[in-house]
Design a protein around this ligand. Structure first.
Ligand SMILES: *Cc1c(COP(=O)(O)O)cnc(C)c1O
Length: 371
């Protein structure tokens, strides 16, 4: 019996390549906007206490009740306004399942978080992109025009924007919320670093949905927990499309413990904000480097031959950052996540060393060329 080829999947998959989080090893990993520190030891102790009697044999609470209630209280909302997901990524996908799909449209503002476009593609949602200006500011008038003309179902904005780090004017976001009945997803994955939120505008705008995550400030990237805040009717619709048990009970317990004890993260968050300034200042002093202002836990910068710098950082110094230089609007751009003060120093010294060496070689070549 011959083994016949399997029937083709949906045609939409032809243009996609599987997500490959290249498992590159390095001593200093500054590539994925994670917190450089593990959860504080006093929080870990609480988690261990709760692990002792943990019921691994029972299905999770599909609504993540304990965590949902804590998040609601902290935000002055009701549990019905909160939805917990398997990372913020799952909630973005759920929004596309419920408000996107064939015949429907999502608008994003690239360069931005790539999952918006990927999820649009997978769900068959038409993607309208309004490119940012060269300084990564949102083209506000173009967004408002598109929303007025194109019958958009979802508008998504990362605020601060990943990977560029900048915030968008609150007054523009209010105009946008007023201008449309589309879902406006304001992705606040870096809220704990920027301390800016659209939360105060929820009561006046039922189309405002805010996304947060435990993966960045709260050191839980390995567990996959995120949440969104929205109108109870919006949350209700999302609960129809989501996988009921997507957030396992262990992750719920750990995230709830972390959220209760979130004051214990304040120190590391302010250290990271200081580290961001250390990196921005350090890079700005280097000749040929353009630094973009950031309100998050990473810094975007532009430098000639960025991909070569990326390689030299990794192979010569075992420092891993993220290369965006092939992305549209991001020519010669690299993004570095803020690490510990020691890691930040090591990164800055490595960049300085590589660029100085480059300049010396260039000078030598030009002198030799004259001779
Ligand atoms: C990291 C990130 C998320 C969500 O990450 P999860 O780990 O899935 O919670 C969402 N949006 C942006 C812009 C991010 O950078």
């Amino acid at each position: 019996m011959t083994n016949k080829p399997v029937r083709a999947p949906r045609q939409a998959l032809d243009d996609l390549v599987p997500y490959d989080a290249k498992d590159v090893k390095a001593d200093v990993v500054l590539a994925s906007n994670e917190n450089p520190c593990n959860i504080p030891s006093e929080v870990r102790t609480r988690i261990l206490e709760r692990t002792e009697l943990f019921k691994f044999n029972r299905y999770p609470d599909p609504t993540a009740g304990e965590l949902r209630k804590l998040i609601a209280e902290a935000n002055g909302l009701e549990p019905e306004n909160v939805l917990v997901g398997n990372g913020g990524d799952e909630l973005i996908f759920d929004l596309l399942l419920a408000w996107g799909g064939p015949g429907r449209k999502i608008l994003d503002m690239p360069p931005t978080f790539s999952m918006y476009a990927i999820d649009a593609h997978v769900t068959g949602t038409e993607l309208l992109s309004v490119p940012r200006a060269p300084d990564f500011a949102v083209d506000q008038q173009a967004v408002l025009d598109q929303v007025a003309d194109a019958d958009v179902d979802i508008v998504v904005l990362s605020n601060p924007n990943n990977p560029t780090g900048n915030l968008t004017d609150e007054s523009f976001l209010i105009d946008l919320l007023d201008a449309t009945d589309a879902i406006v997803l304001v992705d606040e994955a870096y809220f704990e670093f920027s301390r800016h939120t659209m939360r105060p505008h929820m009561s006046r705008h039922s189309n405002l949905v805010i996304l947060r995550t435990f993966s960045k400030a709260f050191s839980l990237a390995g567990l996959r927990v995120g949440y969104l805040l929205g109108h109870e009717d919006v949350v209700r619709e999302l609960m129809k499309v989501r996988q009921p048990y997507s957030v396992d009970s262990f992750s719920q317990m750990v995230a709830a413990t972390v959220f209760r004890e979130r004051a214990a993260f304040e120190q590391s968050i302010s250290d990271i904000v200081r580290g961001r300034d250390q990196i921005s200042d350090g890079l700005s002093r280097l000749e040929g480097v353009t630094v973009f202002p950031s309100e998050a836990n990473f810094v975007m910068f532009r430098v000639e031959h960025a991909s070569a710098l990326w390689r030299d950082l990794l192979h010569g110094h075992s420092v891993l950052v993220r290369d965006f230089s092939r992305g549209p609007g991001l020519a010669d751009c690299l993004r570095v996540t803020v690490g510990t003060p020691e890691e930040n120093d090591r990164f800055l010294e490595a960049v300085d060393g590589i660029l100085s060496h480059r300049m010396e070689s260039a000078a030598r070549t030009s002198i030799e060329g004259e001779g």
